[in-house]
Design a binder for this molecule. Structure first.
Ligand SMILES: CC(C)(COP(=O)(O)OP(=O)(O)OC[C@H]1O[C@@H](n2cnc3c(N)ncnc32)[C@H](O)[C@@H]1OP(=O)(O)O)[C@@H](O)C(=O)NCCC(=O)NCCS
Length: 145
């Protein structure tokens, strides 16, 4: 996951330790896609402690050679299925058209509404990070619905 994230050249790269710790504690709400024996993409997510029906998606990465095959959308749908979450959240920067399309596409598939609002603006960061817009997508169709 660290390697996949690094190779996107756009994601914030966390420490390798952070990914290992993440997989130890949040495997049930995260997924890795393999093509053949090769890791081709991953999604990290968690259920919000104060709103456990909400699946917060942190990072999505698909290896450049496997993009455009709905791998990212399939991983997100799989996590919705596994968790039974009825709401999804993620944050996206203004320059990430692929990510915007990925999440609004998921909303379309679920017949869900989506809205976005600035969550963290540059003054919140110590390092001049771009504004992260919070996307809220609901209601999701769960397997039981
Ligand atoms: C964003 C990313 C995960 C998409 O992976 P993917 O497997 O190619 O995505 P999908 O094939 O499931 O496509 C999802 C949607 O995004 C659209 N899309 C994909 N790449 C796009 C691009 N460069 N520009 C605009 N739309 C794009 C697809 O057309 C599709 O929309 P549709 O349903 O309307 O056809 C991948 O491009 C990536 O890893 N990017 C670098 C890391 C990143 O930006 N991650 C997201 C932030 S957490």
């Amino acid at each position: 996951m660290w390697t996949l994230a690094r190779d996107t050249e756009v994601l914030d790269l966390n420490s390798s330790y952070a990914y290992l710790l993440w997989c130890r504690d949040f495997a049930a709400t995260s997924v890795i896609a393999e093509v053949g024996d090769e890791p081709a993409g991953f999604v990290t997510g968690y259920l919000r402690p104060e709103a456990p029906d909400t699946l917060m998606i942190w990072q999505v990465a698909v290896s450049a050679q496997f993009r455009g095959q709905r791998l990212a959308g399939t991983m997100l749908d799989e996590l919705v299925r596994r968790t039974g979450a009825t709401r999804m959240e993620t944050t996206i920067t203004d320059d990430n058209a692929a990510s915007h399309r990925l999440f609004t596409g998921l909303a379309d598939r679920h017949g869900a509404d989506w809205r976005r609002a600035a969550l963290f603006t540059p003054e919140h960061y110590p390092d001049g990070h771009d504004t992260e817009y919070l996307y809220e997508i609901a209601p999701l169709r769960t397997a039981a619905a």
